[in-house]
Design a protein around this ligand. Structure first.
Ligand SMILES: Nc1nc2c(ncn2[C@@H]2O[C@H](COP(=O)(O)OP(=O)(O)OP(=O)(O)O)[C@@H](O)[C@H]2O)c(=O)[nH]1
Ligand SMILES: [Mg+2]
Length: 442
């Protein structure tokens, strides 16, 4: 077995087990249940290849395999497993990556059959995140996700160690040592999960305070969300001086960045750059990044950025909307923005995207075109966030409304005995503050 699985080497360190520099050739395997689904399977393998490239693995072969019957032990049919085993040998590959999720048991059996490391898409995504996490919060989040991922797989890591120790000469360890170790390790991991969770909660509390603070000021917030690598950070940089890291690889951004921006009508807004989404995002990642993602989806308005030049644009839109639904954010106002218009060779594809997504706006974040239409639309969306209300406020309470008056636009002010009558346009986010004084609205 060429791979060297050691319990102390985990994805947490940003490397998939112990692959050395020369050992990084990968075979990618996807399955489809009908010949009609083969094209989609191949497209998904292209995305898996991008993930591999981001991680630093070289894809040698992509294999869309027809699957007639699910094999509980090996996932694929026996003949296919033998074929892949031979290819691993011939092509001197070090790792086989499955686009679909495989069970820890299947993983073990396949490693035995292929005589090399076998992982699935989830583990690769976790590896990519681990490698690219920069801030302490992102590091904590990925640590939590990978520890959760490791728990059911402990046996695999320890079986190897156990075999190694008992097999050699000079006594070694007793049979079953690995089993006992699994129990100890499971407990250790459980403690680890709890302590990381506590730290994350603390960060999340801080984030929540910041969010409340923003809500208090009533400045409208826009979150730029969308599939990974569509140009979210490029747009953020083009509109503000955020200087966010941009790269033509997946998951360049793992943290949210917020910047103030002033629209041409002098309206201040906050713009948030967010971590990108991906199809079949591992659940433990969504759970671990919940506080980061929540901050994004709780923005007043979502700018859903799409890479219109990608042949997979429609699938990516679907995947993004699906994740928004999971996060409970699909009812937020969404502005669909078709980016990379400069790179769209296929005008028919662009026209079809515009047709399928009515009211969407085409831009190039890189060449800064289409921005006027985008900014106009943003102003329009803000207007829809505001409403005009009539209030009766006792003079002694007038100071309570300082936020409302600062963020609102007062149309009329009349004095009546002890009260002040106001007609004022306010952000809907401040509605709670005026509820007590409301006498009418438009
Ligand atoms: N041609 C073209 N390329 C663009 C445009 N916008 C962004 N890009 C390129 O797309 C790649 C990804 O850009 P990012 O801004 O990092 O994308 P992102 O959505 O923030 O990606 P993640 O943070 O990884 O999710 C970079 O190579 C950008 O230069 C555009 O309008 N046209
Ligand atoms: Mg980014």
């Amino acid at each position: 077995m060429r791979s060297n699985l050691k319990p102390e080497k985990t994805i947490r360190e940003g490397r998939l087990y112990d692959l050395t520099e020369q050992e990084k050739k990968a075979i990618l395997v996807g399955v489809h249940f009908s010949s009609a689904a083969k094209l989609e399977c191949s497209e998904q393998l292209d995305e898996l290849e991008s993930l591999c490239e981001t991680y630093g693995l070289v894809t040698i072969l992509k294999m869309p395999c027809p699957l007639r019957e699910y094999n509980a032990g090996l996932y694929l049919g026996k003949g296919k497993v033998e074929e892949i085993g031979r290819l691993v040998e011939q092509l001197q590959c070090d790792i086989v990556i499955f686009d679909n999720e495989i069970s820890p048991q299947q993983q073990r059996n396949l490693e035995k059959a292929f005589q090399c490391t076998v992982i699935d898409r989830t583990e690769l995504i976790l590896g990519v995140f681990a490698q690219r996490a920069r801030t302490s919060e992102a590091k904590l989040q990925i640590e939590l996700a990978s520890v959760r991922y490791q728990v059911p797989r402990l046996r695999r890591l320890w079986t190897h160690l156990s075999r190694q120790r008992t097999g050699g000469s000079g006594g070694g360890y007793l049979k079953g040592e690995g089993e006992k170790q699994i129990e100890i390790d499971r407990r250790l991991l459980k403690n680890q999960v709890e302590s990381i969770q506590k730290e994350i909660e603390q960060v999340a509390r801080h984030r929540e305070t910041q969010r409340r603070e923003r809500e208090r000021t009533g400045i409208p917030t826009f979150a730029i969300i969308g599939y990974t690598n569509v140009g979210k950070s490029t747009l953020m940089n083009a509109l503000t001086d955020a200087d966010v890291f941009v790269e033509d690889k997946l998951f360049a951004t793992l943290d949210t960045t917020t910047r103030k921006f002033v629209l041409s009508n002098k309206q201040s807004i906050l713009l948030i750059d967010t971590v990108g989404f991906i199809r079949k995002i591992p659940h433990m990642l969504v759970a671990a990044f919940k506080s980061t993602l929540e901050e994004a989806v709780q923005a007043d308005i979502l700018i859903h950025l799409v890479d219109a030049s990608s042949p997979r644009a429609s699938l990516q839109i679907e995947a993004t909307l699906e994740i928004l639904k999971e996060l409970g954010a699909s009812s937020r106002p969404i502005v669909t923005v078709l980016n990379k218009a400069d790179q769209c060779q296929d005008s028919v594809a662009m026209a079809s995207l515009l047709e399928k997504n009515p009211k969407s706006i085409a831009i190039s974040a890189l060449q800064r075109t289409g921005f006027d239409a985008l900014l106009d639309r943003m102003m329009h969306e803000i207007a829809a966030l505001r409403k005009t209300v009539r209030l009766r406020v006792p003079q002694s309470h007038y100071a309570d409304l300082s936020d409302v008056l600062r963020e609102g636009k007062v149309f009329s002010r009349e004095y009546e005995e002890n009260d002040i009558l106001l007609e004022v346009e306010i952000p809907k986010s401040l509605e709670r503050k005026i509820a007590h004084y409301l006498i009418g609205e438009q």
